[in-house]
Design a protein around this ligand. Structure first.
Ligand code: NAP
Ligand code: GCO
Length: 267
């Protein structure tokens, strides 16, 4: 079979950061279904245990690790442990992320730095930790979870947009520097997805009406709806498989068309 038609992840080891729930969990579950051995980390044992139980419920034997992705020493130790216990990491998904929705003039420098640390510095730390073994193996896939805010801004998300914009360019630079080693680094750019991170934007109001932001985002999405985490999994498997060996430095937006659409007129 033409290997560039190969969407299988059989025999591959995948590490998805922040994979206990949400988008990371959906992507890691799909990787397992595509044949990969799945590893994930989260920030504390409780979340890792929660994740392990959730994977087991789906019949997936995942490997869970407690690791704060902003801590380079912890990341180096986790990667070494995975390489010893499971195998060399073939696929890294930099999924772990946080957001702080605060008007910029009210945001402290420390709050800004915290978002940059998790959403931009950590993907650098994680990629730096896995690239040497990928170089030695002569192959690797790094997938950075970007955002609409890699392209667009909005009120209260200055730190997050700065991080996700930077993550787009980190993606392109890893592509540029390591493509020669058959390492492909691409971004996956979700639109607005129903996860705990966006739950505050979908809360039903005291009067029973939909959150104004919920209505706003549906009007900005051609399909007039939020997306589900599972809608990211096909593109994520594609970017992790040999089928995408010719794709590098690309941000694949899975946004239901938000970036293409001016938005539905009110009324
Ligand atoms: P989520 O529900 O908040 O999950 C994020 C995961 O990352 C959580 O398990 C979280 O653990 C973990 N995490 C946070 N900081 C960490 C750290 N320092 N070390 C290790 N793990 C850490 O978010 P999500 O909606 O699934 O989003 C996942 C990724 O997609 C993020 O990068 C986000 O920016 C991006 N994204 C989301 C959307 C969306 O609409 N949901 C759209 C575009 C992009 P804790 O529970 O301990 O925080
Ligand atoms: C927000 C949302 C978004 C999503 C996502 C969009 O407050 O606007 O949280 O930032 O998380 O990144 O792609």
């Amino acid at each position: 079979m033409n290997k560039y038609l190969n969407f299988s992840l059989e025999g591959k080891v995948a590490l998805v950061t922040g994979g206990s729930y949400g988008i990371g969990f959906a992507i890691a579950s799909a990787y397992a279904e595509a044949g990969a051995t799945v590893c994930f980390n989260d920030i504390n044992q409780e979340l890792v245990d929660k994740g392990l139980a959730a994977y087991a419920e789906k019949g997936i034997k995942a490997h869970g690790y407690v690791c704060d992705v902003t801590n380079e020493e912890a990341v180096t130790a986790m990667v070494a442990q995975i390489e010893k216990e499971v195998g060399v990491i073939d696929i890294l998904v930099n999924n772990a992320g946080i957001i702080k929705r605060i008007p910029m003039h009210e945001m402290t420098a420390d709050q800004f730095r915290q978002v940059i640390d998790v959403d931009l510095n950590a993907p650098f730390i994680m990629a730096k930790a896995v690239i040497p073994a990928m170089m030695k193996k002569g192959a690797g896939k790094i997938i950075n979870i970007c955002s609409m805010m890699s392209e667009l801004g909005r009120e209260t998300v200055s730190a997050y947009a700065a991080a996700k914009g930077g993550l787009k360019m980190l993606t392109r630079n890893i592509c540029s520097e390591y493509g020669q080693y058959n390492i492909q680094c691409n971004g996956l750019g979700p639109g607005y997805i129903e996860t705990p991170q966006t739950a505050p934007l979908r809360e039903i109001q005291p009067d029973g009406s939909r959150h104004p932001f919920d209505q706003f985002i549906c009007a900005k999405t051609p399909a007039n709806r939020w997306l589900q985490p599972e809608e990211l999994t096909g593109p994520a498997v594609f970017l992790a498989s040999e089928a995408s060996n010719g794709v590098n430095g690309h941000i694949l937006y899975v946004d239901g068309g938000i970036l293409a659409y001016i938005g539905k007129q009110p009324g």
